[in-house]
Design a protein around this ligand. Structure first.
Ligand code: PHE
Ligand code: ZN
Length: 855
C-alpha cells in the first residue's frame, strides 16, 4: 500500500475562512519555464469567522518575495501552503512567485498545450498559480494584467486595455479562485454579437488555433441559442461585455465554465461535416450550453465547499438536458440520458465507488466529478420539479437567483427556496442527497371487481459505509392501458414515501396493463414480473415514448439473458415486435434506431450478477453476436428498403432530423453486413461525404471483419487530424474481437501517434479498451495488466486523468474467482507503487476495499 493513506476532508468540519478578500490584482509575466506571478490581495477579517489563522494554499510555487502592507515578511511554508502572522485589521498581501507552465503535465494550474498557455483551476488548481485561500466560499473581484509575447492574451471579465505584449482584464463579479482563467497564444476567433434582453451588447468569440479556423461555427451558433434559451426559459441574461470560448487540445475534462472565459477540450468545439459526427455536434451543443448556463448556476451562485458540487453540476446538467430536449427530440434525449445514467451512474452506485450525490468525505475532490454528482444530481432536480410542478419550480428558481446571487451556497439553501416558494416539506426528499445506492421498487398487483391495486415496496441496497437505508421519496409516473391497447388512465404521478405502499384504481372494466415509471420519473430500478407478451404489448401500444422504448429494451434484455444462461434461441416474439417497430413509419427514425440497439455487454453482465449469477464475458459477447445475426436475418426483407429510404438528400446538416435518418440507415447497414459480408458497408465507407457515415461504416466493418484496408485508408486520409484520429484509435480498441483485443490495444499503444500524455488520446485507447468488456476481462488477466501498466505510467504525469480511468476496474468483484484474483493483483500492483498520487491512492483503495468484502 501507499505509505500514508490520504487524509480525508469531512463535510461536517466546514468552517468559514478567517478573512474576506475585497480585491485581487494579478500580474502574470509569461515564460515557459519561469513565469512570474505577482499578486496583490486586499484582505479584511471575516466577522462571521472565529478562526483567524492566516493560511494560504500554495503548491509547487517558488516564493520570490512576500509583504504585508508593504513590509517584507517571511512566511512559514509547507508543501500545502503558507502561514504568517497578520494584523487584526484590513491589510494588503503581496507576493511574487515563479512557476514553470511548460513542465506542468498534470494540466492543472497554468500549463502549456501546443505552444499556448492556459489554465485549469477547478477544483484546486489556483494554488499552483499563486498563494491564495483556494476555496470556493472566498469570492472576490479580479483584475489581471498579462505580459507575454503572444498575440492573444485573455482573462476573465471585460478587457480594460491592451498593447503589444500585454493586456489588462477586469472581472467585476466576485468569484472564487476556481473560476479564474488565463489564456495566451496564437489564436484566431470566430465572432458574433448578442444583445441581451437587458440591452447589453456582448461580443462573442470562439478562439481556436489557426489550423482549426473555420471549425467553430457550430459552437458559436450553439452559444447564441443557449444565451437566448436561458433568457426565455430561466429569465437569466448574460452580464459582461464579452464572452470568450477557447479550444485547447490537452484538457482533462470536457470543458470549464471560467467566468467570461470558458475553456474547452477542443473535441467539444471543433466541427466540420467531414471531421465531426452527429454525436459530436450534439455534444458540442450540449456542452457549450452547459458551460454557458454555469454563468448563473455556478458562477453568480457558487458552492460553499466542494461537498456541494452537485448544487452547480446537478442543476446545470438538468438545465442543459432541458435545452437539448427543446432543441431536438425530447423523447430521444430522455432515452439517451437514461441509457447513460444506467451505464455509468447505476454501475457506480452498485459498486465499490458508490457515494451520495453530496459526499460526506473525500481525500481528493477531483475523484468526485462523477456520474452520481452530475447525472444522478440532475435526476434529483428532475424529481423535485415533478413533485412541485413546473410553476412551483419556476417560482423556486426565481427565489434562488434573487436571494443567493453573489453567494456561495449549500444544498440546504437550494431546498429551502423550494420549501418557501411551494410550501412543500422536503425533509424526507433530502435523503436523495445523503443516501447512496439505487433504490429498487418492487411491484406486484391484483385485480378484483373492477379494482386494480399496485403493491409497491422500495428498498435501497447497502453501499460502502452505508448499511442501513431509509425509504426515499419517489415520484412514480404511471398510466394504465386496457387490453385492447387504449389508455384508460393517462399519466398520473403517485408519490412513494414509505417502504411499503399501495395504489388503488377503481372502476376498471378489465385488468389493465400498467405502464410504470413513465419518462423514467425517478432514478430507480423497477422490479416486476412481466411476460414477453406484455412487454411486446407495451412496445406496440404505450403512449409514453420512453416506456415504449423501455418495453423493447427490457424484452431484449430478457431474451439475451436467456440466450446466455440457457443457450436459448432468440425469442420470435421479440424479433416480430422489433420488426413492427422498425416498419412503423409513424415513429421518429431516431427512435427506431435506438430500438435496434441491443443492451450492451456490461448491462447484461450487471443484470446477470443481479440475479446471483457469475457473468461470463465471453458468453455474453457470443450471445449478443448471435442475437444481432438473428435480427439481421429476421428483418432481412426490411434492410434494403430502409437503407434506401433513409438516405439524406442535400448537403449535410447536423440537425436532429437528418441525424436520426443517418442513425437508422447505419443501423440497417450494420445488420446488412451480417448477411452480405460487408459489401455494402465497404461501398458506404468509400462514398461517405461526412464523418458520421465514414466512421459509421468503419465501425460496421470492424464489427463484422474486413476493416483492414478501410482502416489504412482512413489513417492516410486523417493522419493529420488529431480529433479524427482519436476516433480511429478508440474504435479499434473498443470493437476488437475479444480474443484479439489485448493484442490490438497493445499494438495501438506502440503506434507512433499514441501521444499518451494527451488525455483524449489516452482515453481513446485505454478507455476504449476498458469499454470492450470481453477484451478487458480476458480470462488471462492480460487486459487488467495492460490497463494497470498504463495507469501507473500516466499517474506519474497526470494523476487526475489516470485516477478517473481506474474506474475500468469498478466491476471487478462481480466476476469469477480466477478473474477476481487477477484484477485484485493488478490493483494491488498499482497501490504498491511508490509516489502514487493522492488521486490514484484514494481510487485504488476504494476499489480494493469494497471488492475484498464482496470476495
Ligand atoms: N466544471 C466543469 C463542468 O462544467 C468540469 C470540470 C471539473 C472541468 C474539473 C475541469 C476540472 O462540468
Ligand atoms: Zn458543469
Amino acid at each position: 500500500m501507499t505509505d500514508a493513506a490520504p487524509q480525508p476532508v469531512f463535510l461536517k468540519d466546514y468552517t468559514p475562512f478567517g478573512f474576506l478578500v475585497d480585491q485581487v490584482e494579478l500580474n502574470v509575466h509569461l515564460h515557459p519555464t519561469a513565469t512570474r506571478v505577482r499578486a496583490k490581495i486586499a484582505f479584511r477579517p471575516n466577522p462571521a469567522a472565529r478562526d483567524r489563522r492566516f493560511f494560504l494554499h500554495g503548491e509547487d510555487l517558488t516564493l520570490i518575495s512576500a509583504a504585508i502592507d508593504g513590509t517584507p515578511v517571511t512566511p512559514e511554508i509547507t508543501p500545502e501552503g503558507l502561514s504568517c502572522p497578520v494584523p487584526e485589521a484590513p491589510f494588503t498581501w503581496e507576493a511574487e512567485v515563479e512557476i514553470a507552465p511548460a513542465e506542468n503535465t498534470a494540466l492543472e494550474g497554468l500549463y502549456m498545450s501546443n505552444g499556448m498557455y492556459c489554465t485549469q483551476c477547478e477544483a484546486e488548481g489556483f494554488r499552483k498559480i499563486t498563494f491564495y485561500p483556494d476555496r470556493p466560499d472566498v469570492m472576490a473581484p479580479f483584475r489581471v494584467r498579462i505580459d507575454g509575447d503572444l498575440p492573444v492574451l485573455l482573462s476573465n471579465g471585460n478587457p480594460v486595455a491592451q498593447g503589444a505584449g500585454w493586456a489588462e482584464w477586469n472581472d467585476p463579479w466576485p468569484k472564487p479562485s476556481y473560476l479564474f482563467a488565463l489564456v495566451a497564444g496564437e489564436l484566431v476567433a470566430t465572432s458574433d454579437r448578442f444583445t441581451t434582453s437587458e440591452g447589453r451588447e456582448v461580443a462573442l468569440n470562439v478562439w481556436v488555433r489557426p489550423a482549426d479556423q473555420g471549425k467553430a461555427d457550430y459552437a458559436l451558433d450553439s452559444l447564441i441559442r443557449s444565451m437566448k434559451w436561458d433568457e426565455e426559459v430561466y429569465g437569466r441574461a448574460y452580464d459582461l461585455d464579452v464572452f470568450n470560448i477557447v479550444a485547447v487540445d490537452d484538457f482533462n475534462m470536457g470543458a470549464m465554465e471560467n467566468k467570461g472565459l470558458n475553456v474547452f477540450n477542443s473535441r467539444y468545439v471543433l466541427a466540420s461535416p467531414e471531421t465531426a459526427t452527429d454525436r459530436d455536434y450534439e455534444n458540442i451543443e450540449r456542452i457549450i450550453a452547459h458551460e454557458y448556463f454555469h454563468n448563473w448556476t455556478g458562477d453568480r451562485i457558487t458552492c460553499r465547499d466542494w461537498f456541494q458540487l452537485s448544487l452547480k453540476e446537478g442543476l446545470t446538467v438538468f438545465r442543459d438536458s432541458q435545452f437539448s430536449a427543446d432543441m431536438r427530440s425530447a423523447a430521444v434525449k430522455r432515452i439517451e440520458d437514461v441509457m447513460t445514467l444506467r451505464a455509468r451512474q447505476f454501475r457506480e452506485d452498485n459498486g465499490p465507488l458508490a457515494h451520495p450525490v453530496r459526499p460526506e468525505s473525500y481525500a481528493e475532490i477531483n475523484n468526485f466529478y462523477t456520474a452520481t454528482v452530475y447525472e444522478k444530481g440532475a435526476e434529483v432536480i428532475g424529481m423535485v420539479r415533478r413533485l412541485v410542478g413546473p410553476e412551483g419550480y419556476a417560482k423556486a428558481l426565481d427565489l434562488y437567483f434573487a436571494r443567493h446571487d453573489g453567494q456561495a451556497c449549500t444544498i440546504e439553501d437550494w431546498l429551502q427556496v423550494f420549501e418557501e416558494a411551494t410550501g412543500r416539506d422536503l425533509t424526507r426528499f433530502k435523503r436523495w442527497y445523503s443516501q447512496a445506492g439505487t433504490p429498487r421498487v418492487k411491484v406486484t398487483e391484483d385485480f378484483k371487481d373492477g379494482t386494480y391495486t399496485l403493491h409497491l415496496e422500495q428498498k435501497t441496497p447497502p453501499t460502502p459505509g452505508q448499511d442501513e437505508k431509509l425509504p426515499q421519496v419517489i415520484p412514480l409516473a404511471l398510466g394504465l392501458l386496457s387490453p385492447n391497447g387504449d389508455e384508460v388512465l393517462p399519466t398520473t404521478v403517485i408519490e412513494l414515501t414509505e417502504a411499503r405502499q399501495e395504489a388503488v384504481f377503481e372502476g376498471l372494466a378489465a385488468k389493465p396493463v400498467p405502464s410504470l415509471l413513465r419518462g423514467f420519473s425517478a432514478p430507480v430500478i423497477l422490479e416486476r414480473d412481466s411476460t414477453p407478451e406484455e412487454r411486446a404489448f407495451l412496445l406496440a401500444h404505450d403512449t409514453d415514448p420512453f416506456n415504449k422504448w423501455e418495453a423493447g429494451r427490457s424484452l431484449a434484455r430478457e431474451v439475451l439473458i436467456a440466450m446466455v444462461t440457457e443457450d436459448a434461441a432468440p425469442a420470435p416474439a421479440w424479433l416480430d415486435a422489433l420488426a413492427a417497430v422498425v416498419r412503423d413509419e409513424a415513429l421518429d427514425p431516431a427512435f427506431r434506431a435506438l430500438a435496434l440497439r441491443l443492451p450492451g455487454e456490461d448491462e447484461l453482465a450487471e443484470a446477470l450478477a443481479d440475479r446471483g449469477a457469475v457473468p461470463d464475458p465471453l458468453a455474453i459477447h457470443a450471445a449478443r453476436e448471435r442475437a444481432k445475426t438473428a435480427v439481421a436475418r429476421h428483418l432481412d426483407p426490411l434492410w434494403a428498403g430502409l437503407y434506401a429510404q433513409m438516405a439524406c438528400p442535400g448537403p449535410y446538416s447536423p440537425g436532429a432530423a437528418d441525424a436520426g435518418r443517418r442513425a437508422l440507415r447505419l443501423a440497417a447497414l450494420g445488420y446488412m453486413a451480417r448477411l452480405d459480408g460487408g459489401a455494402r458497408a465497404q461501398a458506404h465507407f468509400s462514398a461517405a461525404d461526412n464523418m458520421t457515415d465514414e466512421i459509421g461504416a468503419l465501425s460496421v466493418l470492424l464489427e463484422t471483419g474486413g476493416a483492414d484496408e478501410a482502416l489504412d485508408r482512413f489513417a492516410r486520409r486523417w493522419g493529420h487530424d488529431r480529433l479524427v484520429m482519436d476516433k480511429w484509435f478508440g474504435l479499434q480498441a473498443t470493437l476488437a474481437a475479444p480474443e484479439r483485443a489485448v493484442a490490438v490495444t497493445r499494438a495501438l499503444t506502440e503506434h507512433a501517434d499514441f501521444t499518451w500524455k494527451n488525455p483524449n488520446r489516452f482515453r481513446a485507447v485505454i478507455g476504449g479498451f476498458s469499454a470492450n468488456a470481453a477484451g478487458f476481462h480476458d480470462a488471462s488477466g492480460a487486459g487488467y495488466d495492460l490497463v494497470a501498466d498504463w495507469l501507473i505510467r500516466l499517474d506519474a504525469v497526470n494523476p487526475q486523468t489516470a485516477a478517473r480511468m481506474s474506474t475500468a476496474f469498478e466491476t471487478w468483484a462481480r466476476y469469477d474467482e480466477g478473474r477476481r484474483e487477477k484484477a485484485q493483483a493488478a490493483l494491488e500492483r498499482i497501490a504498491a507503487r511508490e509516489g502514487l498520487s493522492r488521486d490514484m491512492g484514494e481510487m485504488v483503495g476504494r476499489l480494493l476495499a469494497a471488492g475484498r468484502i464482496a470476495a
